[in-house]
Write a protein that binds this ligand. Structure first.
Ligand SMILES: NC(=O)C1=CN([C@@H]2O[C@H](COP(=O)(O)OP(=O)(O)OC[C@H]3O[C@@H](n4cnc5c(N)ncnc54)[C@H](OP(=O)(O)O)[C@@H]3O)[C@@H](O)[C@H]2O)C=CC1
Ligand SMILES: O=C(O)[C@@H]1CCC=N1
Length: 270
């Protein structure tokens, strides 16, 4: 792919996507331009780590880019688009990673009939394991959507979804890795509280999470089936699951994903 890609925003998700795309050799470092609002130290870090082009001059960064990736927080959408919209043109492809904000709203803020494709990757993009959902805005052609799919397939798996589903997708797979890390934090606490060495606990728990993920992917069995195979009658797992059930674990998880989804809806409205 020989297109120039300019990033508006140089934070966590921009870095995960850039590092993943470079790692997969989908793009090379000369094709990537990175900009932010004011954090010069961050741009210098991106430059030294990935040797991509980092610049303050928005005109130089965006005017000749083929693809513009929006990777700013939802509350910075207005000011950040205002700062680049004069340099955008209808031939470009805009990819928005911003949670909650609709393609229609982005098109309206830019003020031209430009193709906007909204994506929701996650930070596992940096190692090629993102789960990315994609939805096309009004002016995006099938060819442009296929290009976005190809780009994001280089850093993981992709699914095309209806735009309304982006809120629940954000809760499930955009925020998803954080819930898993939070579970790991709790498992590590249990292990070390019981006296296990923290390095050993970390190694065992990490492999347990990887193994469970691979079982979900490779075994052809559902989560329920896999769980039942571990749960011996009157055994340790049964005791642990009973305690989770008594604490309404499933209701808590469903409620927490609902909160994340509602927050995505709210971010879009603001
Ligand atoms: N983190 C994640 O796991 C995921 C995040 N997202 C979405 O990605 C977006 C970015 O999130 P994340 O990377 O975590 O956020 P960060 O806070 O890490 O990064 C935000 C970036 O936006 C830049 N920025 C802010 N205002 C402007 C502006 N006016 N012009 C140019 N750049 C600006 C910041 O620059 P400066 O530091 O100079 O202010 C910073 O580089 C969000 O909308 C989020 O919803 C989506 C999927 C996953
Ligand atoms: O927390 C957030 O708002 C972003 C969206 C998905 C992951 N991080």
């Amino acid at each position: 792919m020989n297109k120039m890609i300019a990033f508006l925003g140089a934070g966590s998700v921009a870095e995960a996507v850039i590092s993943g795309m470079l790692r997969s050799e989908m793009v090379n470092r000369e094709q990537i331009i990175v900009t932010n609002r004011s954090n010069q130290e961050r741009l210098e870090k991106m430059k030294s780590k990935y040797n991509v082009q980092c610049m303050k001059d928005k005109e130089k960064a965006f005017k000749h880019a083929d693809i513009v990736v929006l990777a700013v927080k939802p509350n910075n959408v207005d000011e950040s688009l205002e700062s680049i919209k004069a340099y955008l043109n209808p031939k470009q492809l805009i990819i928005s990673i911003i949670a909650g904000v609709t393609t229609e709203s982005i098109t309206n803020k830019i003020g031209i009939d430009v193709a906007v494709v909204r994506v929701m990757p996650n930070t596992s993009a940096s190692i090629g394991y993102s789960a990315t959902a994609i939805t096309a805005g009004q002016f995006a052609t099938d060819e442009q959507v296929a290009l976005v799919e190809a780009l994001f397939k280089s850093i993981g798996i992709t699914s095309i979804v209806a735009e309304d589903d982006m809120h629940i997708v954000t809760a499930v797979s955009g925020s998803g890795p954080a819930y898993v890390y939070y579970l790991v934090e709790a498992m590590e606490k249990a292990a070390t509280d019981a006296g296990l060495d923290s390095a050993i606990a970390n190694q065992l728990i990490t492999q347990t999470i990887i193994g469970a993920g691979e079982m979900l992917r490779q075994s052809g069995e559902t989560a329920v089936e896999l769980r039942k195979k571990i749960t011996s009658a009157k055994g340790t797992t049964e005791a642990g699951i009973k305690s989770l059930e008594e604490a309404n674990f499933q209701t808590i998880v469903v409620e927490s994903l609902k909160c994340a989804r509602d927050r995505s809806i709210e971010l879009g409205k603001n």
